[in-house]
Design a protein around this ligand. Sequence first.
Ligand SMILES: *Cc1c(COP(=O)(O)O)cnc(C)c1O
Length: 461
Amino acid sequence: MSVKYFAEPFKIKMVEPIKILTREERLKKIQEADYNVFSLAAEDCYIDLLTDSGTGAMSADQWAGIMRGDESYSGSKSFYRLQESAKDIFGYAFIQPVHQGRAAEKVVMPILLGKGKVSISNMHFDTTRAHVEIAGARAVDCVVPEALDTESYAPFKGNMDNERLVKLIEEYGKENVGAIIITVTNNSAGGQPVSMKNIKETSEIAKKYGIKVVIDAARFAENCHFIKRREEGYEDKSIREIAKELFSYGDLFTMSSKKDAIVNIGGLVGVKEDADLFEKVKANTIPFEGFISYGGLAGRDLEALAIGLQEGVEEDFLKYRIGQMEYLSAKLTEAGIPHQTPAGGHAIFLDAKKLLPHIPYHEFPGQALTIELYLEAGIRGCDIGSYMLGNDPDTGVQLESQFEFTRLAVPRRVYTQSHLDVIVEALIEIKKRKDSLKGYEITWEPKILRHFTAKLQPLSK
Ligand SMILES: *Cc1c(COP(=O)(O)O)cnc(C)c1O
């Protein structure tokens, strides 16, 4: 079961010290944070796995690019460099920078959607869903049923359920479906990949009904790596070739560059060939984000993004990156620690419901495990379960999530194999005393998105 670690394809030029607090200090910090990890100071976390978004380490080339950044308001050299780099990767005629993924959604969704329309996706990411709804439309998820089973093996658990997609289009009427959104990898299903065959089928269905295909491209390079590894006919293709084919099935894309383009801030909109559509993208970008040649970013950010896009599709980088998840997953399986398998591209989803069956959903097993990991080793993950889901907006009653996960998202090029070993060792220690872990209750919560700011306390029994 053991997996060989694919060693870091880089050496370290600059270091950022991290603090190791004692267990007593950590207990004090988490008490002061009212048992909410979002209220912890980052410097009090030894290994910070809260998110892989915008937390990657830039390369020497990217830092050099930062110094070269052209800060001209209009038509900067950095803008042209970014356009060239993005056209090279995606093969689209039109590229618009924006400040992050949700900004791309804010620009695109009102063009495609409005009152009475729906968007159908293999799964909408939460900001995508929000912008579909802000545009007045409704978001419908249509993922394959395998996505919900954490233990069975399926190579492409992020796929669209294309049979159901056809039924949904017929049901809503094709004129009411404003967009079909393919999220690669499928973040909300645990970073699970989507196969090329599936993307092609979805695209053919969309064409038949005259509906635009939007690719949510936040983790496109990781998805391409999975296609190369798992899909017949792609083993000898390069990531770049696979990416070109993947994007050929879309009409436009939105992208948070804070993931696979390894920058700390940035996003993109791409349009394949429809010049009229791109005029509308530009028209929305100017009031929402700024002039079209900077889109809410500094010239230096455009430069770092132009370089990061190219680094994000390097094969050795991706082998190392996905390899970190595979290494963690193999070690956890060996230690009998339940988690979503096969591991996705950017995170490990620990199955707290299976590990802590004595803690019911309304006492938040995912949150209990999150807090225990912080106490044990200063590791910061987060709950993806009933705690995050919140209450029914009509009745105020706690909802029960399908999953009770503790998510450990791994930043790019930041942590080494030794850090991963610390994570596994901490979980092995916790497993030994798992029956003594207690649930939590909420002592204060806001009405919406409570998990960011709610206050909790451990239950005594
Ligand atoms: C992160 C993410 C977004 C939103 O991007 P931000 O840069 O955080 O605004 C949208 N879709 C997916 C799939 C993402 O992972």
